[in-house]
Design a protein around this ligand. Sequence first.
Ligand SMILES: Cc1cc2nc3c(=O)[nH]c(=O)nc-3n(C[C@H](O)[C@H](O)[C@H](O)COP(=O)(O)OP(=O)(O)OC[C@H]3O[C@@H](n4cnc5c(N)ncnc54)[C@H](O)[C@@H]3O)c2cc1C
Length: 454
Amino acid sequence: MTRPRILVVGAGFAGVACVRRLERRLAPEEADLTLVTPFSYQLYLPLLPQVASGVLTPQSIALSLRRSEKYRTRIIPGGAIGVDLRSKVCVVRTITDEIVNQPYDYIVLAPGSITRTFDIPGLTDHAFGMKTLAEAAYLRDHVISQLDLADASHDPAERASRLQFVVVGGGYAGTETAACLQRLTHAAVRRYPRLDPGLIKWHLIDIAPKLMPELGEKLGRSAQEVLTRRGIEISLGVSIAKAGPEEVTFTNGRVVPTRTLIWTAGVVASPLIATLGAETVRGRLAVNADMCLPGHDGVFALGDAAAVPDEAKGDGAVCPPTAQHALRQGRQVADNVIATLRGQPMRPYHHKDLGLVVDLGGTDAVSKPLGLELRGLPAQAVARGYHFAALRTNVAKVRVATNWLLNAVAGDDFVRTGFQARKPAKLHDFEYTDAYLTPEQVRAHVEEAGRAVR
Ligand SMILES: Cc1cc2nc3c(=O)[nH]c(=O)nc-3n(C[C@H](O)[C@H](O)[C@H](O)COP(=O)(O)OP(=O)(O)OC[C@H]3O[C@@H](n4cnc5c(N)ncnc54)[C@H](O)[C@@H]3O)c2cc1C
């Protein structure tokens, strides 16, 4: 008898939590486990801004998928570019650009999200995101190279544009990115005696009237005060009207000369979800509380890619796209897959939000664990303690803690590696958004492959 084939797509918070639990709770003879992932690590995204600012090395937040010999899942190195629900086939583009069809009996879709963009002239050509390890490492080099180039330039206009930085998005990702990188340039400028520190300007803008509204009125204001004290100019109710190679135009008409536009204005589900041709809620796959796709046995979706009903909140709310939910949904979905295999009832996902931690660098932070409002050092202790506990492996915990300690003792360094200097660096280059098939192409591809076999 052949074993049921379980295919998990995506090795993020949700996918890895699911795979690890399946490995632990299913005997090897009960099912074949396969994971499709373009990278051989799970990225701990909440600490990405600290990689961009150089506080952490990239490797410390890239958790190996092959750390233990107990891990028995077969890993296909590549990205899923389409799923045909009718014939139960997932189309995969491997890292060597081969297209392979992967049949499954059960599929768990956890490909996460990509940077949400809008139809703003020049945006996708000139903005950097903060979603992948390569992006964070690239951005770090880019910011340091702006200091190097401004230092070498005799042209005041060039210097001014290289030393202004614009971050769009006042959620936690954008706020932490602006805060961490501003600290980097603030510390770095002392090593550039020819540069006037007054020329370095950071702008944080958001179309919403408040920064991080989920923090509440008082804590949001505290975060804003910390950033303003550090010299970050915050503009609310404002977005970008146009982006160019050397300047951006805000929607209020202001033109800011800059070569650095960082776009963190929200996320949208992975384009893989659209290839299914199934119902979505604002781009996320519409699933039941047990994370099953209605009308399709054996199809599960979770994390940023799925609109999982938030049973703890009720009122038709869906879970926000956070690691906190993705990780717990991953474990629950594994239990539900196992329940289906064994003919047992599935359980709905239920988790009450634990709150939010926002690390603004150094001793600055704001945190709201379980509704408790914290600022400064206590907030920073909670933020770092939370990340330390949430990192999945002991090796990663030690790497991160050692990096924090080293940074606290020895300060920042300002090395520009140059590894990616001449690579294309648009949003789609980092997030592979143009790799996906349309639902019709998926169908045609699977049918053609079927004919070839017959
Ligand atoms: C800068 C930043 C800071 C954040 N801070 C916090 C925080 O403090 N707290 C919090 O709770 N959340 C935070 N988040 C959000 C959190 O990281 C996400 O909600 C979480 O990562 C979602 O988990 P996931 O498993 O759905 O997706 P991900 O963790 O993004 O994993 C998706 C995985 O799928 C892979 N993948 C993508 N497409 C494909 C494909 N086609 N085929 C195969 N694999 C694919 C990706 O490479 C990735 O490994 C932050 C996010 C960012 C960007």
